[in-house]
Design a protein around this ligand. Structure first.
Ligand code: NAD
Length: 478
């Protein structure tokens, strides 16, 4: 499939921006412009609001079973098109094809699961104090929603909003990622061909700040969901709070990994290499602060560095590539600055730390040891292929470091002691803890953070709750 320009999808129609404005899309492999995406104007956004309101009227009056059939159909269309969509995804985002295929398939799995779960949005009968009174609680769709989604998982970040919204009976406007719009458009085509009524799903791109400042306060919008950085999340949550909107915030992380001295080091480094360098580290739950018990520190570093150096970095479309480029020059520069700062303050560069080649945004898988809390990298989310390693003497020290930052999204631990595992699972301040494997992000499991990493969930039945209100009804029958 050839890479094509992306339009807006509003009220069931694919359209250019009303003023014809577009943004260029660059291939992160070489920086070359490969296409354009329509940049919504204010009048396009007004049309999107009208459409999403009409969509809500239709979709909320559609039975859960009919909704289920449309969403399942879209999931099966996605599966039929995995190969084509994965190529689009790799072309503008950069991740290896294997990861893109996984992302498209995981979107189909998410849609299937939410479609099923939407049939189980049970209410509750509450025993009353009188035989003539019936009391019950119903779950109602919260209303037209808006979701702001980033470029690192251009499709699955959308599906984590759109899936629960649709299955709960909400309509939605997605402000998709301007950096990587092609695969999101392909997802919306699947929904369109699956028979979703006009206006139920709408896709816009443009200036993120302008779009959020218009849509978040808009009285027609009843729910706001955002995935992205902490500063932007705080801004949008404040704006939503001012207008009393329901909010889900999935923000940044700085995931700690605690490796105890009784851990299986080889198994840990194999799993963690895959997880650390997935999508070149541009993942909110990427393992980042590696806290290693001092007696196994050198063994861990030797094994991890050897595996990091064996990774094949290159064009995501090429056979065998295990890590692609970073999304753009801004991210590459940000990663470089964090590494320079750490090295200037005494960190040891065990491997990587430099750009690869003269074109595109490739950066070598990097491991730094001897990192300290004075270094920026140990405080700011690196969002790149950088592993920060330091040693600890006892578990209290490791937990104190794990909990030091305001982030609290993903976390990881390796140990063969059930007591250590329990202490970590209960003592760590994070929304998710994965022990002895990398097991976060399945459709059926809660996905969300605490502290500055946000609130609300984008997985499991909790994700559906985020798109429903409870209506209590009490009914005297005579
Ligand atoms: P950024 O803060 O400029 O943007 C992050 C996201 O927010 C982008 O998708 C952007 O379009 C959107 N955005 C920015 N301003 C907005 C506004 N006023 N209203 C609505 N949306 C707005 O950062 P970036 O350089 O694109 O990405 C790097 C940082 O973003 C990372 O450090 C990471 O913390 C965060 N991020 C997190 C996730 C995640 O999965 N939680 C995903 C992508 C980016």
């Amino acid at each position: 499939m050839r890479y094509t320009d992306t339009k807006l999808f509003i009220g069931g129609e694919w359209t250019d921006a009303s003023d014809g404005k577009t943004l260029e899309i660059a291939n992160p492999v070489n920086g070359e412009v490969i296409g354009a995406v329509a940049h919504a104007s204010r009048s396009d956004l007004e049309k999107a609001v009208e459409a999403v309101v009409e969509g809500f009227n239709i979709w909320s009056a559609t039975s859960a079973f009919e909704r289920y059939k449309v969403i399942r159909k879209a999931a099966s269309l996605l599966r039929e098109r995995v190969e084509d969509i994965a190529r689009l995804l790799t072309t503008d985002e950069g991740k290896p094809l294997t990861e893109s295929r996984m992302e498209v398939n995981s979107c189909a799995d998410l849609l299937d699961w939410f479609a099923e779960e939407g049939r189980r949005t049970y209410g509750r009968v509450v025993p009353s104090r009188s035989v003539t009174v019936q009391q019950y609680a119903l779950k109602e769709p919260v209303g037209p929603a808006v979701g702001f989604t980033p470029w690192n998982f251009p499709m699955s970040q959308i599906v984590r909003k759109l899936g629960p919204a649709l299955s709960a009976g909400c309509s939605i406007i997605i402000k998709g990622p301007e950096e990587a719009p092609a695969a999101p458009a392909a997802l919306f085509r699947c929904l369109e061909e699956a028979g979703i009524p006009a206006g139920v799903v709408n896709l816009v791109f443009g200036n993120p700040a302008e779009i959020s400042e218009f849509l978040v306060p808009h009285p027609a919008i009843r729910k706001v969901s955002f995935t992205g950085s902490v500063p932007v999340g705080k801004k949008l949550a404040s704006l939503a709070g001012l207008h009393m909107k329901r909010v889900t915030m999935e923000l940044g992380g700085h995931a700690p990994v605690i490796i105890a001295d009784d851990a299986n080091i080889d198994a840990a480094t194999t799993a963690l290499i895959g997880s650390k360098y997935r999508n070149a580290g541009q993942v909110c739950i990427s393992p980042t602060r590696f806290l290693i018990q001092s007696t196994v520190h050198d063994q861990f570093v030797e094994s991890f560095v050897r595996k990091a150096e064996a990774l094949k970095v290159g064009d995501g479309l090429a056979d065998g590539t295990q890590m692609g480029p970073l999304i753009n020059e801004r991210r590459r520069n940000a990663v470089e600055e964090l590494i320079e700062d750490a090295v200037s303050k005494g960190a040891k560069l065990e491997t990587g730390g430099e750009r690869i080649g003269n074109s595109g945004y490739f950066f070598a898988p990097t491991v730094l040891t001897g990192v300290t809390t004075e270094m920026r990298a140990l405080n700011e989310e690196p969002f790149g292929p950088v592993a920060l390693v330091r040693s600890f003497a006892d578990l209290d020290e490791a937990l104190a470091e794990a909990n030091r930052l305001p982030f609290g999204l993903g976390s990881y631990a390796w140990t063969t002691s059930s007591n250590t595992a329990r202490r970590i699972a209960h003592g760590i301040q994070a929304g998710m803890v994965s022990v002895n494997h990398v097991g976060l992000g399945l459709p059926e499991t809660p996905y969300g953070g605490v502290k500055d990493s946000g609130y609300g969930y984008e997985g499991g039945s909790e994700a559906l709750d985020a798109y429903t209100n409870i209506r209590f009804v009490t009914h005297e029958t005579n």
